[in-house]
Ligand binder design. Structure first.
Ligand SMILES: [Mg+2]
Length: 256
């Protein structure tokens, strides 16, 4: 049996916002427009508002894609005249999908896990579009260390639904006790692990940590890749020592 590590992707191993920033810069410049931090922050804020509208059903996907670039164009002045927002949007999505950006130290971390934890398997468990996740993973070299991808678009269910994890477990083909979920999000990763009765590591915790640990039944917290490595190593060796009998660790925080 292996130690099956299920990693969230964005803001855990890859930096989604850094990719977005990079892709927006590339696409605007290639269309003869200027790019600045102010344009990026305006894009990010408006984009977020539009996604909320989409979730409420008040706008369509096409409207979202059109509006977000109409807004960018309005900030770029005369140079944007004649550009088609949907064409630029397609270009942006394509550019982003091949411009993954790693979280600082993520590649070294996954290499260390593979090298130092015998039987470690690394899976990605992410909500989002398959093409975008696959392209960004491949563009960073992370794919060399990954044993499998579970992307919600493929699976047909999203985290935190327990059904998402049921499908992951079925494909992994090993018992629940061999799996642990690692991620930054309380509402998808930690709640998902709780719903599926999996051990969990809350990566880069913030806010009222103790309250969240209780509410979401979080097993561990890690504030750096070094801490995360130590937790996974210990969790794995604990499982080996306990071979033949089920063992659960007492919920605890990593000592600082
Ligand atoms: Mg995340």
């Amino acid at each position: 049996m292996h130690h099956n590590f299920l990693f969230d992707l964005d803001q855990t191993l890859l930096d989604f916002h850094a990719s977005e920033y990079k892709a927006l810069g590339i696409v605007l410049r290639s269309n003869g427009l200027s790019f600045s931090d102010a344009i990026y922050w305006a894009f990010r804020a408006y984009n977020k508002a539009l996604w909320l509208e989409l979730e409420k059903g008040t706008i369509s996907r096409t409207e979202l894609f059109t509006k977000r670039f109409q807004d960018v164009f309005s900030r770029c002045g005369a140079a944007a005249a004649g550009l088609d927002p949907l064409t630029v949007n397609d270009d942006f999505i394509r550019t982003m999908s091949v411009n993954g950006v790693l979280m600082d130290g993520a590649l070294e971390f996954v290499a260390r896990v593979k090298r130092n934890i015998p039987g470690a398997r690394i899976y990605i468990a992410s909500n989002g579009a398959t093409v975008n996740a696959k392209g960004r993973i491949a563009s960073t070299g992370l794919d060399r260390y990954i044993d499998g991808l579970f992307i919600s678009e493929d699976i047909g269910v999203t985290k935190p639904d327990a059904a998402f994890f049921d499908i992951c477990l079925e494909r992994i083909g090993e018992p629940k006790s061999s799996c642990i979920m690692i991620g930054d999000s309380l509402s998808s990763d930690m709640l998902g692990a709780k719903n599926a009765s999996l051990d969990s590591v809350w990566f880069m915790p913030s806010g009222n940590i103790e309250e969240a640990v209780k509410a979401y039944g979080i097993t561990y917290c890690a504030s750096s890749f070094d801490e995360l490595f130590e937790i996974l190593k210990k969790w794995s060796s604990g499982r080996c020592e306990a071979a033949g009998r089920p063992q659960r660790f007492m919920p605890r925080m990593m000592e600082r």
